[in-house]
Ligand binder design. Structure first.
Ligand code: CA
Length: 234
């Protein structure tokens, strides 16, 4: 899951970013309203944490522009404690929730899970392939019922493949989904991560491989256990 944090106080932004990254979200930060709006318009986020008091365009204006542009990404406003009128205005403009400052990380994480759960009624919260299950709310992966420890980026790559199950996902699609900055498409960073993911997913040598390499293009995760070994690069 990819989250945008629009917050001008660097300390608060870093606190949120680090906490969410530990919970295996991919986090982008914008330090003002203008940049936040631009990032929200040009990327697909699963949720946006939007501060109200921002230099330039404030959080309400950003929210209004997003909703006017038809972007329905769930938004949680970060408001000053006691500013009731701010909360009402935010909700009227189409915010999904508000969180008064100062807040504990636990509360932020719980509220975020709640808006993600609400917004994902049409999306499933469990992605499956063969005996692999990825829970997109708790961010845990299981194979044959055994929990697999994944890093944030490994999780994001696996989620990207599972959301495109049975389809080939190009390296540049994976880069776009998982890394915020563009990498040289010739770089082998994805292959390095896929190799590690495979080692984790095939923790027992008797387990069939799940991720298939498509030479020169990308990767695919398939429902059938028959993976053409000829296509295997690694
Ligand atoms: Ca602020």
């Amino acid at each position: 899951m990819r989250i945008l944090v629009v917050e001008d106080e660097k300390k608060v932004a870093n606190f949120i970013k680090h906490g969410l990254e530990e919970e295996r979200y991919i986090v982008d930060v914008a330090n003002d309203g203008e940049k936040g709006l631009e990032m929200a318009m040009n990327n697909e986020y699963d949720a946006i944490l939007l501060d109200v008091m921002l230099p330039g365009r404030d959080g309400f204006k950003v929210l209004q522009e997003l909703r006017n542009a038809g972007i329905s990404t769930p938004v949680m406003m970060l408001t000053a404690r006691g500013a009731t009128e701010d909360r009402v205005l935010g909700l009227d403009l189409g915010a999904d929730d508000y969180l008064p400052k100062p807040f504990s990380f636990e509360e932020l994480a719980a509220r975020l899970r709640s808006i993600l759960r609400r917004s994902s009624t049409e999306k499933t919260t469990k992605l499956k392939c063969q005996d692999l299950v990825l829970d997109t709310v708790s961010h845990l992966a299981y194979r044959g019922g055994k929990e697999i420890e994944l890093t944030t980026k490994e999780y994001a790559i696996l989620e990207c493949l599972l959301r495109n199950k049975n389809r080939i996902v190009s390296r540049s699609n994976i880069l776009q989904h998982v890394w915020k900055h563009s990498f040289d498409p010739e770089s082998n960073i994805i292959d390095v991560y896929i190799k590690r993911l495979r080692e984790k997913l095939e923790f027992d040598p008797s387990l069939p491989p799940l991720i298939q390499s498509i030479r020169g293009v990308g990767y695919r995760i398939r429902e059938t256990s028959q993976i053409n070994q000829e296509n295997e690069q690694q």
